[in-house]
Ligand binder design. Sequence first.
Ligand code: GLC
Length: 559
Amino acid sequence: MQKKWWHGKVAYQVYPKSFLDTTGNGIGDLRGIISKLDYLKELGVDIIWLSPCYQSPLADQGYDISDYYQIDPRFGTMNDMDELIAQARKRNLSILMDLVVNHCSDEHEWFQKALQDPYGPYSKYFYFEKGINGQPPNNWRSYFGGSVWEPVSGTDLYYLHLFHKKQPDLNWENSSLREEIYKMMRWWMDKGLAGFRIDAIINIKKALPFSDYSYPPDRDDGLASIDNMLRDAVGVGEFLGEMRDKVFQKYDAFTVGEVFNAKEEELPDFIGDNGYFSTMFDFRAAVWGGSEKGWYASRHITPEIYKSCCFLSQKQMENVGYLSNIIENHDEPRGVSRYIPAEDLCETSKKLLAAVSFMLRGLPWIYQGQEIGMENLSFTSIDEFDDVSTLDEYRVAKNHGFNDADALRAVAFYSRDNARTPFQWDDSPNAGFTTGTPWLRVNPNYTEINVKAQQNDKTSLFSFYKELITLRKNPDYAETILYGRLEPFMEKEENLMAFYRYDQNQTLLVLANFQKAPRTLTLPKAYKSVLLNNYKHITIDSDACVTLDYYQVVILELA
Ligand code: GLC
């Protein structure tokens, strides 16, 4: 594997709407991000991905772009964006924009022109298809529920939207559309971006011609999951290879793909040397927990499952490329609430999760608030949610026969809004996020969980993240942490997540006691030093017997 500048970095996702509001409109903004660059620098971050802040009706929180060349006024101006890039560069921070090109907004000029002339050139930027006997062209279900087809008024046509009906899919088979997209990407790269996070990209290739899936319907709505189509679609690589050759290569861009459902044999094409992308996220644990039926049927991820998902991904990718490891993002519940049993959730167990994730081979990512241990919110009513997919999943649960309370409980745990609650800066009203009314309820635990309380406390989770980052960048260990092989240790031992990271020069051992009960185990050989510990003490006797406390994690250098 070729070594790259970004392998030794740490990446951070900012969700602008919820980061910091400087205008009092209840919505975070670019000036808020600029004012916190030093904070991110202090943490040790190098690469920042901004979730979308382009002009958008915000039907799906900005993942519905109505003008790729404008910043939405709620987030600021293009001058603010230029200043953000410049200020970041001054601090040696790289900025990634979110590239959302499977679809745009129905309010985008292209779509408006297509509606005005449904057989004209702009309709070919989308999928406009004739219905069949007054019914949609096929039976696919959208990710956000209901048919993927929406009627084009005044015609017998329908347009395709794999996501919300305000997110019409762009037709990547059309080379004029592709050139427009590449032009836009180059325009952004010329502004000084380091690259992109690439949204929902596997969906750009459709299985054509559109036809029904006749598998037994997997839900009561009689529609078929879009996963069928992803399985059948062949040739996404042609588009991605072209994107790489026409844009990324020229700029040596850093790119991270949101890739679900990649076929195993294609992984080297995705992130091998000269792959379509630099890296891609590992979603294995989240995917394991999901269900075709809907969130109400999701499976609980135990520490054992979490461990096996991580190890499996590591094995699969070890000779392929460099993965991006996440604990959560803006589409998932908070990782600490999901992967740590509720009764064990505390700063110690949060540190354990941070350490095991950071010590995997790959690029570590922090989603805003993760570094202070932000948790899921206790939602008390369906009216508190803003997220389109949560509202849909609530309907799915109710259609399945759940009563209001059970449906609420089912979606509350998995809601994307858990990760989107305003950032908790301090213990002043609204957690210091806004002086106005926040667009989404602030988690009431902000009085305890906030940056101010942790920043100067050497024992805080925030400081622990700093230590992890410092360790990763320590020249004495970086080579092994970045590139060393990963091998599980005592893999069968329940609730122990332990693994070696080694190369010809040194061997590190991560021991994480993923449970309340202490445990004693024997080290494979003597240890030289303790590189990190979420406790002040560590008990190792002369026979190399080590006792790990409640959720204790240690990183040892072996002799
Ligand atoms: C990606 C985004 C998600 C969005 C979807 C549609 O999965 O991360 O937030 O809803 O794409 O753009």
